[in-house]
Design a protein around this ligand. Sequence first.
Ligand code: ARG
Length: 392
Amino acid sequence: MAKTEKVVLAYSGGLDTSVAVKWLIEKGYEVICYMADVGQGADTEKSRRRALEIGASKCIVEDLRKEFVTEYAFAALKAGTLYQGKYNLATALSRPVIADAMLDAAKKEKADYVAHGCTGKGNDQVRFEVTFRIKAPGVKVLAPVREWELGTREEEVAYAKKHGIPVDQTRKKIYSVDRNLWGTSVEGGRLEDPWCEAPADTYITVAQTGKAPAKAEYVRVTFKKGVPVAVNGRKYGPVQLVRRLNRIGGKHGVGRVDMIEDRLVGIKSREIYEAPASEILYAAHTAIEELVLDRETRRYKKGVSERYSEIVYYGLWFTPLKKALDAFVDKTQENVSGEVKLKLYKGKVAVTGRKSPHSRYKIELATYGKGDIFDQSLARGFIDLWAMPYRR
Ligand code: ARG
């Protein structure tokens, strides 16, 4: 008899991956579940027990939160990157960190295969598998959800019931929700109609504007070389800092995005995102860069930010270009230290003040009041030369 082949499956405890455990077992594999904690706030212990009940031989749970925040989310923040100028890439950033850690687990377990529960229509399959190919070129990949005969959600539920897999009666059934510390993605259900206003039950970590407090709240964020290190003057580790700002921002209705997104696989999809901490941090980070970066670096970096977003979105995290852009970004962050003051009110974040020891703002040049040392007589010659190429 041939030996049973081992699969390490990226497992979340949701319907797709729970059914995938059973499906793989039925196909004759030994299944080891791999659960990464990236701050999804789910009950990992419950999911772990479920995996074992379904028949997994093991369920590994690993806390990747710190690595995820410092090496992925904060790298994106430093780069100022937003896909289509809106999406902070929370889901996209989580895939390479999970895939990479999974490969380590697969190696330790001497597994023959790695597997994920992504569909064939999304970006996540690409992000997982590109990481697998780059980091472990020889590894064999299974994608049950892409391959199985369960065409609809109803068929999946029926399969689950038939095999005694518990199905949660939650909103996750209506929407496809992917959550981590850096943000929450919501898609499907009524959101598939681009004209349909996002229903109240799509608000997961962020308060609806109408329910946000009637009183504004100020928050101060301190940066050191582009990385947030303190809130309201109090130092926090990366995970705690993001959690703290998620709470404050969420309460004030900050960080919702409603957009039509261009997926890598060529389709457009309607997406709702929630990322309160990220929205506050992006606003603050931009504000301090405005203060400390010279004009040309700031402008050039915008192009880098856009390119960076595509790299992350397209699953190309572990590539030479990404590394090279990180080197550029890190160089630009050397002076991005200081403090920003922001006001949160009814879904809006407004920067109200910024300061830095590396500020390039010079009051003696900017002022229209006393103490002005700007030599206005220079302006005329400057303008003559500036216009020269265009004169006839
Ligand atoms: N469209 C987003 C992205 O490609 C979010 C994907 C959400 N994933 C999910 N399994 N619900 O990054």
